[in-house]
Write a protein that binds this ligand. Structure first.
Ligand code: AMP
Length: 282
């Protein structure tokens, strides 16, 4: 496995692969890898001749008061995980390599980015789309792997690929959870033991919502109240948003008559965590 930091070298390596007629899978990450990331690498490994994992904490997608500086980083451990998972290359550029000068041109997103995390984090998805577009241009993968944990990101990237004619396939991968049912996240490392325990209210409240939906509840307000009611009982938790949105356009719905994304963003102490599920049985 090669550890690559320069764009030019990454391009050369991919060129070599393509000249041999090999297919390329890309797994874009911000590092501090866990089993959620590993599941993406495993899927890429199964479906492609060569796998590149990118590790880049993208400053453009962090707001001024967010955790860009504090975001956990451990390149040595990440490289070992990638090697073990069978990646062929890790592309880990510096911010200066990716953004030598301030961008004048961005990839921006319209309505799909207005709700949920987009409403809570202005400019976030512009940063995500811009960096993912750059990674797609640099690595030119046949397939790229994204987790359903970041459901809005997945929907936006799929749409970017179709709107802007990127000739590649986006492969969605299911949410990987701790034994406790907490969705795995690099940010879980910020949590104290008490906060980890408190954070379980997020998957538990979503599970209750899923049960209510399976029992026939179709009123979005009732579903949201069920989730918020449970989370508000947890003293360490503060809701950022709880939403029931159309699974395709991500606009909030009132009656559940089509597949919906049920999503929550919750602060546990200072740590913002997200989780979701999609309910399709309507
Ligand atoms: P991140 O490093 O947090 O930017 O995530 C990189 C990729 O891994 C994104 O496509 C995420 O959706 C995905 N991912 C992160 N956590 C999980 C998880 N628990 N299960 C599945 N995919 C995940």
């Amino acid at each position: 496995m090669e550890h690559i930091t320069e764009i030019a070298r990454m391009r050369d390596v991919v060129k070599g692969w393509k000249m041999q007629g090999l297919s390329v899978g890309l797994v874009p990450t911000m590092g501090f890898l866990h089993e959620g990331h590993q599941s993406l690498i495993d899927a890429a490994r199964k479906q492609n001749d060569k796998v590149a994992v990118s590790i880049f904490v993208n400053p453009m997608q962090f707001g001024p008061n967010e955790d860009y500086e504090a975001y956990p980083r451990d390149m040595k451990k990440d490289l070992a995980i990638c090697e073990q998972a069978g990646a062929d290359a890790v592309f880990a550029p510096t911010a200066a390599e990716m953004y030598p000068i301030k961008n004048n041109v961005y990839v921006d997103v319209n309505e799909l980015g207005d709700s949920l995390c987009g409403a809570a984090r202005p400019g976030h998805f512009r940063g995500v789309c811009t960096v993912v577009a750059k990674l797609f241009h640099i690595v030119t993968p046949d397939k790229a792997y994204f987790g359903e944990k970041d459901a809005q990101q997945l929907a936006i990237i799929k749409r970017m690929v179709s709107d802007l004619n990127f000739g590649l396939e986006i492969v969605p991968c299911p949410i990987i959870r701790e034994k406790s049912s907490l969705a795995m996240s690099s940010r879980n490392t910020y949590l104290s033991e008490a906060e980890k325990e408190a954070a379980l209210v997020i998957p538990k409240s979503l599970e209750s919502a899923k049960r209510a939906l399976l029992q026939g509840e179709r009123n979005a307000e009732t579903i949201k109240r069920l989730i918020t009611g449970m989370i508000e009982k947890e003293p360490l938790a503060k809701i950022n948003y709880v939403e029931v949105a159309d699974a395709l356009n991500l606009k909030p719905v009132s009656d559940i008559i089509k597949p919906v994304l049920v999503a929550a963003a919750v602060y546990i102490g200072k740590t913002r965590l997200i989780d979701n599920f999609t309910f399709r049985e309507v």
